[in-house]
Design a protein around this ligand. Structure first.
Ligand code: ACO
Length: 274
């Protein structure tokens, strides 16, 4: 058995029209995240982040699962058997790529095609937008096997939905489907599985038309201002815009020019012609 190749195969991707379609690829294990997958995902993210060929990243899963959360055997049992060193290493590897994804250079979309459990909430929240199949199932199943929703999952649930929903979800371990996940705010929209990819592709195309510097600045500020007071946010946003201007002196001037001088588009109705 070629161990390196096995690790390589835990994540696959293809780039089509500047969209990187990245897939969890352990369908036989319902795409549970084992250490090999976590390491491979970091490498894939690394490879795609500054690639000229990629403008948007979509994260999805092969087979019937998006991700059945952490691999109970390989992520928990086998790493725990190596003591604290093993546990901490496994945590660094998983939390590491989720963090990388939260602050990714390009906009990211979770395309939740099926099961999404526990640790799966980390990458779900890390993606900027999320679309689910109505048939998908979301669950904080930790309570069902005797732990609390760790690895950020509790925080994610509370961040995305209200206190009562989050508490019920975490205490009962009851699953919700894609439709309910949209109602609760876990995802932007739910639609029948056979329409999911087309819809995500459509959203990706919308994002690809925007100014990439503005996209990165915008996704970061939406994540950052949540914990700030109004005044802190106001001040931070002024500075964030000025910092973005220094990377992109021409783009926004062109945006203003096409609206004010050329009258060729309206920012309220669409993006300027890049
Ligand atoms: N960890 C390890 N192995 C897993 C996991 C997992 N999280 N999820 C599925 N698998 C394995 C199964 O052990 C099985 O392996 P085998 O073929 O070698 O026996 C294989 O994947 C297929 O799983 P089935 O249970 O047969 O698939 P089914 O489609 O019937 O059910 C379901 C899917 C509901 C997702 C089920 O596999 C399941 O409950 N998985 C665990 C979900 C979970 O609680 N994850 C942990 C969340 S908590 C956390 O992440 C911290």
């Amino acid at each position: 058995m070629d161990l390196h190749r096995d690790e390589q195969n835990t994540v696959t991707f293809e780039i089509v029209d500047r969209v990187a379609w990245v897939s969890f690829n352990r369908p036989d294990k319902r795409n549970a995240m084992n250490p090999a997958l976590n390491r491979r995902m970091m490498d894939v993210l690394d490879e795609l982040e500054f690639s000229e060929d990629v403008g948007v990243l979509v994260l999805t899963g092969e087979g019937t699962a998006w991700s059945a959360g952490m691999d109970l055997k390989e992520y928990f049992r086998e790493t725990e058997s190596q003591g604290l060193r093993g546990t901490r290493r496994a945590q660094r590897e998983s939390y590491g790529w989720w963090r990388r994804l939260r602050w990714y250079q390009k906009p990211t979309i979770a395309m939740v095609n099926g099961w999404c459990f526990g640790g799966g909430y980390g990458p779900l929240f890390a993606c900027d937008l999320a679309f689910a199949a109505e048939e998908a199932k979301f669950g904080l199943s930790e309570i069902n096997w005797g732990i609390l929703p760790g690895g950020g999952a509790t925080k994610v649930a509370l961040e995305l939905t209200g206190f009562r929903n989050a508490m019920y979800h975490a205490l009962t371990g009851e699953n919700i489907d894609g439709r309910k996940a949209a109602e609760w705010g876990f995802v932007n929209e739910a639609l029948p599985l056979e329409q999911l990819k087309a819809r995500v592709g459509e959203v990706a195309q919308v994002l690809l038309k925007k100014n990439p510097v503005a996209l990165k600045a915008t996704k970061d500020v939406v994540r950052r201002v949540g914990t700030m007071t109004y005044d802190e946010a106001e001040d931070y946003l002024v500075r964030a815009q000025e910092a973005a201007n220094s990377y992109d002196n021409e783009g926004r001037k062109e945006g203003i020019r096409q609206f004010i001088d050329e009258k060729s588009y309206k920012p309220g109705l669409g993006a300027y012609d890049r």
